[in-house]
Design a protein around this ligand. Structure first.
Ligand code: HEC
Length: 150
C-alpha cells in the first residue's frame, strides 16, 4: 500500500568486525612452522648455537654435552628421571638458553625465530631421531658441521 511507512530495517550492530591477529605465543612454534624436523637439522642448530659451551670438555659451566642425539636423551639432573629433551623445551621456550647475559667473546647471541621454531617443533614432536642420527655421513664430504654463530 502506498504511503505505508515501512518498518525500518533492523540495524545489525557489527559485532567484533575485525579481530586483530593474536599476539605470537612465545612459548609455541609459529603455527606455520614446518611440522617435520629431522634430527640432523636440530644437530646443526646445536652445533652453531649450543656446542660452544655444551661440549666435551664443557665450557662456561655448561652441565652436560649436547653433541649427538644420545646426549639429548640422558637424564638431568642425575636421578631426576627427567630427560635433557624436557629441560631443552623449558630453556628454549623461556629463552633461557643460549645465555645471552654471559659476558663472553664472541658474544652469546639469541636464536633466530626460525631456529626457535625448528627446536620447538622437534621437541613437541617428541625429540625423535627422525631421519637418522649419523649426520656426518649426510653432509657433503669436507663440509663443516656448521661454522656460523660459534
Ligand atoms: C655460553 C654458554 C652456553 C651456551 C651457548 C648454551 N648453554 Fe645451555 N647451559 C649453559 C650453562 C652455564 C648452564 C647451566 C646453567 C644453570 O644451571 O643455571 C646451561 C644449562 C642448560 C640446560 C639445563 C638447564 C636446566 O635448567 O636444567 C639446558 C637444557 C641447556 N643449557 C640447553 C642449551 C641449548 C639447547 C643451547 C643452545 C640453543 C644452549 N644450552 C646454549 C651454558 C650455555
Amino acid at each position: 500500500m502506498l504511503g505505508r511507512i515501512r518498518p525500518s530495517a533492523p540495524v545489525i550492530e557489527p559485532t567484533a568486525s575485525y579481530d586483530a591477529p593474536p599476539e605470537p605465543d612465545p612459548l609455541a612454534p609459529d603455527p606455520n612452522a614446518r611440522r617435520v624436523v629431522r634430527w640432523c637439522e636440530v644437530e646443526a642448530v646445536l652445533a652453531s648455537r649450543c656446542q660452544r659451551c655444551h661440549a666435551i670438555p664443557s665450557q662456561a659451566g655448561a652441565p652436560f654435552p649436547l653433541l649427538g642425539f644420545a646426549d639429548t636423551q640422558r637424564e638431568h639432573p642425575p636421578g631426576s628421571g627427567e630427560p635433557i629433551v624436557r629441560r631443552m623445551a623449558h630453556v628454549i621456550r623461556h629463552r633461557i638458553m643460549p645465555p645471552i647475559h654471559m659476558p663472553l667473546e664472541p658474544p652469546v647471541l639469541p636464536l633466530e625465530p626460525a631456529e626457535v621454531d625448528l627446536l620447538l617443533v622437534w621437541l613437541e614432536e617428541g625429540g625423535l631421531p627422525f631421519g637418522g642420527v649419523d649426520c656426518a655421513s649426510q653432509r657433503a664430504p669436507g663440509a663443516p658441521a656448521s661454522a656460523s654463530h660459534r
